[in-house]
Write a protein that binds this ligand. Structure first.
Ligand SMILES: *[C@@H]1O[C@H](CO)[C@@H](O)[C@H](O)[C@H]1NC(C)=O
Ligand SMILES: *[C@@H]1O[C@H](CO)[C@@H](O)[C@H](O)[C@H]1NC(C)=O
Length: 219
């Protein structure tokens, strides 16, 4: 069937094109919008207000936030993610991107999580990482990364990073196509959300018993 002239097909292609070009963060309307971190957070905008461009200088566009390793010993996962944001790099405000340094101890993990507002591309700098994500049809995509290898985690999909080396720590750097990717940890959202999901919901959803529920909530 020749559908090249079909108005419906043209409409669908047009829509696909528009959706394909849609960006997670809106484009900036000026060269830059250096975050004004001194203003009180009483006004909520889709980004942070800018300082007077006349006060701009190069140091607003530079940061050493990723130069130091995060402490991987202070949490149960053995990992630490250091994120660049509008506080430690005010010049990234409205640019639609950010980056993170990921330190993972031997046998450590970045647990299952998703970023509702950004896709992520990660490059392994040190060590050996197993990375993976699950798509919406529950297919799993896993790869092993060595230094110099990269992997993309599509926006919103649950993913993990695992340092499968039991002896040496690993380091990776990630880029995101939003200045504020947001992070939702699957375990925290499920078992440690503020007012708690009703036990009955958790038990039915995960097919677990009262005892298992108490054990999970206790951790
Ligand atoms: C840029 O301006 C800030 C705030 O006034 C100041 O702290 C910083 O030292 C300046 N940096 C340069 C390179 O002029
Ligand atoms: C990550 O490392 C920093 C710097 O050592 C530390 O302040 C922070 O508490 C660590 N975060 C976690 C979640 O362990």
């Amino acid at each position: 069937m020749n559908t090249s002239g079909s108005p419906l097909l043209q409409l669908l292609l047009g829509l696909a094109l528009i959706l394909g070009l849609a960006k997670p963060d809106p484009d900036a309307l000026q060269d830059y919008c250096i975050a004004d971190n001194r203003r009180p957070g009483s006004i909520f905008t889709n980004d942070v207000p800018c300082i007077d461009p006349a006060r701009a200088n190069s140091s607003y566009f530079a940061t050493s936030a990723l130069s130091r390793p995060g402490n991987t010993g202070s949490n149960q996962y053995g990992s630490n993610v250091t994120l660049v944001n509008t506080v430690n790099l005010p010049g990234l405000n409205t640019m639609g991107l950010t980056m993170a340094r990921i330190d993972i101890a031997a046998d450590g993990i970045v647990p299952l999580h998703s970023h509702p507002r950004a896709s992520e591309v990660t490059i392994c700098l040190k060590g050996e990482l197993t990375v993976g994500f699950m798509d919406t049809s529950n297919r799993q995509y896993t790869e092993k990364l060595r230094p110099g290898d990269s992997f993309v985690f599509p926006k919103g999909l649950v993913h993990f990073i695992y340092n499968r080396d039991g002896k040496r720590p690993a380091v990776a750097v990630s880029g995101f196509n939003s200045q504020d990717p947001g992070t939702q940890l699957a375990s925290m959202a499920t078992f440690a959300s503020k007012h708690g999901i009703p036990d009955a919901v958790l038990k039915r959803a995960f097919r677990i018993s009262n005892q298992e529920l108490t054990t999970r909530l206790g951790t």
